[in-house]
Design a protein around this ligand. Structure first.
Ligand code: ATP
Ligand code: MG
Length: 286
């Protein structure tokens, strides 16, 4: 049998789209028909399992899947033994405590002796213990926001991104307790040949991520300003300088982080740079 590894990704939800986008950006092709629970890449030794995100840490810990893409919230809550290979930078959210809008919040002591509904009992319990708060945790699996209005609990602990769901349910956010983003996880005992495929995948993911955080910058500058401009945009090794048809001018090409570009833009212009173009980079291998 051909040697392939298995990766578990969310079937449908807030992780799926970006997980599959990352795989595609890595140049890995596969068929993702609706309702399909398994798919094998046509150009990379990897098979996909499409699952509920709750099940991903367990499948990876058990070795049913070698890799998985899951939110840190789900990973920490499930508390399975897996290794985290990489933060992926998408599906960012936070777990927060919220209480009815009309209540006065006096700090964490507010929750002493109160009941809190959540789908994340472990993360919440660990947090409250660390803060010395004794509360009664009600585990429910969904629609946590309605718990206070139906008298199930006095507060909630749930995922927040914009806060609009809380507001619609008459709640206000009072504490942020956990920050999460999608991560690539792996089974702790990968055989060498699997590890080698994982390394190839990681190499591609790194190239995609580097590309995203960097830009290709082209600009024109008078030759007398080149030294100053090169010091502002040093690039990967050093910038490329090409003469313009107009005597005394050059075109400077460089690669730099977007932040670095914005930090230096005023100085670049002051030094005489003009016709500045900033171009996205698809992949970057250094
Ligand atoms: P499943 O059916 O697979 O169990 P789910 O309903 O548990 O899905 P989703 O709502 O699809 O979960 O969210 C998946 C993950 O995406 C969450 O565990 C969290 O890490 C992240 N996430 C949740 N809400 C947001 C949001 N508003 N913005 C960004 N990321 C989010
Ligand atoms: Mg889930």
């Amino acid at each position: 049998m051909e040697k392939i590894i298995r990766i578990a990704v969310q079937k449908s939800g807030r992780l799926s789209e970006d997980s599959l986008k990352l795989i595609k950006e890595c140049g890995i092709k596969f068929y993702n028909g609706t309702g399909k629970l398994k798919s094998t890449s046509t150009n990379f030794p990897i098979e996909f399992l499409f699952l509920r995100d709750d099940d991903i840490p367990g499948y990876v810990a058990d070795g049913v899947a070698d890799l998985g893409i899951v939110g840190e919230n789900e990973l920490v809550e499930k508390d399975k033994k897996v290794q985290t290979l990489k933060k992926l930078g998408f599906s960012k959210c936070r777990l927060s405590l919220a209480i009815p809008k009309g209540q006065t919040y006096i700090g964490l002591d507010y929750f002493q002796g109160k009941s809190i509904a959540t789908s994340y009992p472990k993360i919440l319990q660990d947090y409250l213990e660390q803060k010395g708060v004794q509360a009664d945790i009600h585990e429910i699996s969904g629609s946590v926001e309605i718990a206070p209005s139906i008298g199930l609990a006095e507060g909630i602990c749930d995922i927040v991104s914009s806060g609009s769901t809380l507001m619609m349910n008459g709640l206000k956010e009072v504490e942020e307790i956990f920050y999460s983003e999608a991560v690539l996880i792996a089974n702790e005992n990968l055989e060498d040949w699997k590890q080698a495929i994982v390394e190839k995948l990681l190499f591609r993911i790194n190239a995609v991520q580097k590309g995203k955080s960097n830009k290709y910058v082209l600009l024109n500058a008078p030759n007398h300003a080149l030294e100053k401009i090169i010091s502002l945009i040093p690039g990967m090794r050093s910038p490329t300088i090409l003469p313009l048809a107009q005597e005394g001018w050059s075109s400077v090409h460089s690669v730099l982080s977007e932040d670095q570009f914005w930090e230096n833009i005023e100085e670049l212009r002051a030094a005489g740079a003009e016709g500045i173009l900033v171009v996205p980079i698809e992949k970057m291998v250094i």
